[in-house]
Design a protein around this ligand. Structure first.
Ligand code: MEV
Length: 451
């Protein structure tokens, strides 16, 4: 159960870590994320279990469990020309233990198998303590493009000489961020060759703490532009963050149990599948897509910018030629060690994470206290997702698992409820006839026989 110690006079950890108001203070996390047979429970019982394990209140979880209760007025102010909402299923991944802490992980996406696969892969890390995750800190990069610079090399040095003044000016733009321990940290300058000649690119490195930080860094870059023009004698064009967030990386690693994976042959098959992805961009695109199945779904559930995460992931994977975001190797006992390194510009304050009631509920269920802790969770899910896909591909293929989940959907579509869903799904798969018509026939037969 969640620790309530801060309520007894201690300062809530979220405030110490610089979270601004808006997101409710997050408490300690679930003690044990292993919930055997979670998928078999009726939805109402799953909700009860999540409430029981996380301490989220009925009121807080309601926007998530009853999407119709979300006030359209809130959504109306998020984007333009709003006429409604698009609801995605949100499932809970179980079994995740990360840095000695258990998490229940909300995942929002339309694709079957993903939540089950992540939970299953996470289970295989538990004998070895789960996932270990670290990060570089939340540093975002803003770019200022300067053209028509008469002497680019000396302009570069002149910008660096003015660094203290430029950093002060940047920090004056966001006293709140500075108050919470963030702010502009460094400036780097590159001269690039383009089809229009050389350009001076001035990059501002900003610690954005628990914010994704797009607004903060863009405002700073815009404020610096006139000074950069004075210093370089050139003309500033673009002033915008880079989604290649190479200074905001998260890393996660885990040992996956050999026997749980299916034995040595499967372990070797997974490593061979990974080597294929490393060597071939056609395969690698699909391999990394599988990683993003897990990553995006947590990013979406928490109201973060999944386009930014996608852009960051694929550009990072391309820096030295497009390659895998994960790595695999074997330990001395033949267990599989997986690791992932990926940019992770996610936050807990600001944007939809703060405004959208479903995102707020998802953050509460996760119980994460900082943006980087959320990043640890997301990277671990990405690694688990990739491992699960490679394991299926290297052994039975993914269609079998997909088919049995698809069969459950078909049974439910035909009107089956409770135990009948699994019973009918099993027969559909055995008969290799996963069709709604057949499911309806079976439902009628089985309903009669149980009367
Ligand atoms: C499907 O959404 C994802 C996979 O194609 C990933 C992979 O091939 O590694 C199964």
């Amino acid at each position: 159960m969640r620790s309530q110690s801060w309520k007894n006079g201690l300062i809530p950890p979220a405030f110490l870590l610089g979270m601004s108001k808006g997101i409710s203070v997050v408490e300690a996390l679930v003690e044990d994320s292993r919930i055997s047979g979670f998928y078999k429970l009726p939805r109402e019982d799953r909700i009860k279990k999540v409430i029981e394990l996380t301490g989220i209140s009925e009121e807080e979880i309601k926007p998530l469990t009853d999407p119709g209760s979300v006030d359209l007025e809130i959504l109306d102010h998020m984007i333009e020309n709003v006429i409604g909402a698009m609801t995605l299923p949100l499932g809970i991944a179980t079994n995740f233990r990360i840095n000695e802490q258990d998490y229940l992980i909300p995942m929002a996406l339309e694709e079957p198998s993903v939540v089950a696969a992540a939970s299953n892969a996470a289970r295989m890390t538990r004998p070895y303590g789960g996932f270990t995750a670290t990060d570089t800190g939340p540093i975002m990069i803003a770019q200022i493009q300067v053209v028509n610079v008469p002497t680019p090399h000396s302009a570069k040095l002149r910008i660096i000489e003015e660094k203290p003044m430029l950093l002060d000016l940047a920090n004056e733009q966001d006293p709140i961020l500075v108050k919470f321990g963030g702010g502009a940290r460094d400036i780097r300058v590159r001269i690039i060759d383009t089809s229009l000649g050389s350009m001076v690119i001035c990059e501002l490195l900003v610690d954005t703490r628990d914010a994704m930080g797009a607004n903060a860094v863009n405002t700073m870059a815009e404020a610096l532009a006139p000074k950069i023009e004075d210093i370089t004698g050139g003309k500033v064009l673009l002033r915008i963050l880079s989604n290649l967030a190479e200074k905001r990386l998260v890393r996660a690693r885990a040992t996956f149990d050999k026997e749980m994976l299916g034995g040595e042959e499967v372990v070797d098959g997974i490593i061979a599948a990974w080597a294929f992805a490393e060597a071939d961009p056609y395969r690698c695109a699909t391999h990394n897509k599988g990683i993003m199945n897990g990553i995006d779904s947590v990013v979406i559930a928490t109201g973060n910018d999944f386009r930014a995460i996608e852009a960051g992931a694929h550009s990072f994977a391309s820096v030295d030629g497009y390659s895998s975001l994960t790595k695999y190797e074997k330990d001395a006992e033949g267990n599989l060690i997986g690791s992932i390194e990926i940019p992770m510009a996610v936050g807990l304050v600001g944007g939809a994470t703060k405004v959208h009631p479903v995102a707020r509920a998802a953050v509460k269920i996760l119980g994460v206290k900082t943006g980087m802790e959320l990043g640890h969770v997301i990277a671990s899910v990405g690694l688990a997702q990739n491992l699960a896909a490679l394991r299926a591909l290297a052994s039975e293929g993914i269609q079998r698992g997909h088919m049995s989940l698809h069969a459950r959907n078909v049974a439910a579509t035909a009107g089956a409820r409770g135990d009948l869903v699994d019973k009918i799904a099993k027969i559909l798969v055995e008969e290799k006839n996963v069709k709604v018509e057949r499911a309806k026939e079976l439902l009628e037969e089985l309903s009669k026989s149980t009367k």
